[in-house]
Write a protein that binds this ligand. Sequence first.
Ligand SMILES: CCC[C@H](O)CC(=O)SCCNC(=O)CCNC(=O)[C@H](O)C(C)(C)COP(=O)([O-])OP(=O)([O-])OC[C@H]1O[C@@H](n2cnc3c(N)ncnc32)[C@H](O)[C@@H]1OP(=O)([O-])[O-]
Ligand SMILES: NC(=O)c1ccc[n+]([C@@H]2O[C@H](COP(=O)([O-])OP(=O)(O)OC[C@H]3O[C@@H](n4cnc5c(N)ncnc54)[C@H](O)[C@@H]3O)[C@@H](O)[C@H]2O)c1
Length: 725
Amino acid sequence: MDSRTKGKTVMEVGGDGVAVITLINPPVNSLSFDVLYNLKSNYEEALSRNDVKAIVITGAKGKFSGGFDISGFGEIQKGTRKEPKVGYISIDIITDLLEAARKPSVAAIDGLALGGGLELSMACHARISTPGAQLGLPELQLGVIPGFGGTQRLPRLVGLTKALEMILTSKPVRAEEGHSLGLIDAVVPSAELLTTARRWALDIVERRKPWISSLLKTDKLPPLGEAREILKFARGQTRKQAPNMKHPLMCLDALEMGIVSGPRAGLEKEAEVGSQVISLDTTKGLIHVFFSQRGTAKVPGVTDGGLVPRKIKKVAIIGGGLMGSGIATALILSNYPVILKEVNEKFLEAGIGRVKANLQSRVRKGSMSKEKFEKTMSLLKGSLDYESFRDVDMVIEAVIENISLKQQIFADLEKYCPQHCILASNTSTIDLNKIGERTKSQDRIVGAHFFSPAHVMPLLEIVRTNHTSAQVIVDLLDVGKKIKKTPVVVGNCTGFAVNRMFFPYTQAAMFLVERGADPYLIDMAISKFGMPMGPFRLCDLVGFGVAIATATQFIENFPERTYKSMIIPLMQEDKRAGEATRKGFYLYDDKRKAKPDPELKKYIEKARSISGGNVDPKLVKLSEKEIIEMTFFPVVNEACRVFAEGIAVKAADLDIAAIMGMGFPPYRGGIMFWADSMGSKYIYSRLDEWSKTYGDFFKPCAFLAERASKGAPLSAPVEQARSRL
Ligand SMILES: CCC[C@H](O)CC(=O)SCCNC(=O)CCNC(=O)[C@H](O)C(C)(C)COP(=O)([O-])OP(=O)([O-])OC[C@H]1O[C@@H](n2cnc3c(N)ncnc32)[C@H](O)[C@@H]1OP(=O)([O-])[O-]
Ligand SMILES: NC(=O)c1ccc[n+]([C@@H]2O[C@H](COP(=O)([O-])OP(=O)(O)OC[C@H]3O[C@@H](n4cnc5c(N)ncnc54)[C@H](O)[C@@H]3O)[C@@H](O)[C@H]2O)c1
């Protein structure tokens, strides 16, 4: 293969007259332009050769195809590759050359057929798959639409309602379901895949099996009126669920066109829309997230040194409270045997009870069988001492946030655990160097910072100190992947990456409210921006105890740039501590539904009188855009500091940390990507102006000032960062 080309296809013609074309583009046989153009040449040859009667398409190494090569979209967005003529691949190649050929094609699907991969197979005249195959059109998740005919062929194969479900949720189906839906013609073991597909192709030639062009099928489509109703409902749902994104609605336009005006018009609409969506900002953000998420596990100086993760056979967790029980749940769900240690029988029972409840909720929802529940629970053992720690490979400490307790625990661990054992802490704020002060094991001490609820939230911050060994990080990255978390490796500092970047978010919101802004309008503007909830609703959810403890850390460590508001402490004094007490910034009913509380004014006014700030008429009437900027630009400012100090290696890691740890909207690409979409100059000028009026809380940091003065993107690598890693 030429080093500049990305992937290829190979064609072998057998004595039976079947040409087998294999897609080869590791690791997932994505359909790069090179693969697609090779495929075209193979087809032209196969169609012109007299010794070829039929064609089978398959993928190398047990994978059919993971779809169009996503990096191709980036090349088109950046202008480094010219987009082919609209419809060239989907109409000229896939429809007119392949589906309309005089010789039949059969897809032999092993492993996965996603996006363009499934679309290519749907243009074949039959599909044979192995039992484990995943079949789906996940394009909307990437901000694009199915662009190789999927909007037309899927509804014709599985019906409109199921096609809409598959496309709008981006969720794949397994082979058996695909078979019952009519997407797959036969499911056979891997060893029989190619022979079955070859025979099937010859049977089509011999008319022993039907020669079906999916695009021309109509039997699964509902009558026009009904189809319109179904699409109208889908549009309504989409508008509600994804109000800030255009591409799902544009995808529905292509589907509708095919149903109303026929598949050819539908293909043309799909091609036109497919080309338009590539330049949407939301699409750029989502594609950036796809690659950034996979990039977090690549840590320079750690993962590029040839280290192989050691096998972690058994894990111990200390503390079965909220976090410890969640972490234990995540581990046993991925088949790790776990020992849970608590202080006494009562707390141990409560901790195990919490794990049980986490799993039982899955049984109730039908996503876990009773047998699986029993088997998973059997991996968890309770303990009140360290005796059973003698053969564990990793310990995760999750006791209360108390430094001397943690120091004592780590000193004990050093005595009881084997020498190779990883010693991790789930602390949110305490310096890991201090935690390990009473040990000689600093090289195996690491932060494993989970987010609450730990068995649900997708992020794992892996915090390394100057002493943590590369091997320990490689091991923890592997555990993270096995328990289905996205790991982000960060340096040791107060709040690490996520909590540190976001402490100014809540503080900015408190500042605005003390100066006269309406908290409920702030929450509304921020939810509309795409956060799962606004800062006040979030404080209620987290609880004021945690909010105060966290804020104290930032006030102590970054006094020059923290805004100290008394609103929360005043409410806490009055026994309003958030959702758990049914009263916080909102009032909560039995169903946890939040309702604004007119009494809130009282606390705001009192806090204002303590801070001595006045109502500012400008801040009373902020537009939604101003609310977003005044709450998120301080976050960008802190993210810049985190990046400049080398706490994060790549700006993209901060994007993923913000999305997975705080729910920052993925279609905005993450905090740094979003900031760059506005430009460093603009953000600097806004913060600079506010800092002159409202003080140092808003003062732009040196890194931001420098990038702004050069007009440089904030995400460009830090050349000479004083890396703390
Ligand atoms: C006009 C076009 C129309 C068409 O309708 C559009 C599409 O098809 S859109 C596409 C629709 N398809 C999708 O949306 C599927 C997107 N892909 C996935 O969901 C998962 O990667 C998959 C399930 C396939 C494997 O999961 P896993 O086993 O956990 O493995 P992993 O996730 O860690 O990935 C391993 C490596 O493969 C890389 N890579 C993967 N796919 C692609 C790709 N299409 N392209 C390029 N690269 C791709 C990935 O970056 C990573 O690289 P690296 O350098 O090693 O970091
Ligand atoms: N709550 C969060 O949202 C959150 C998020 C991330 C990290 N953290 C961190 O996780 C840790 C635990 O927090 P939590 O919210 O689960 O606290 P928690 O109070 O719910 O649980 C702590 C548990 O530790 C137990 N414990 C105390 N000393 C012990 C000992 N010597 N041996 C065994 N068990 C002991 C306690 O009995 C209690 O059950 C803290 O360091 C916290 O900063 C919390």
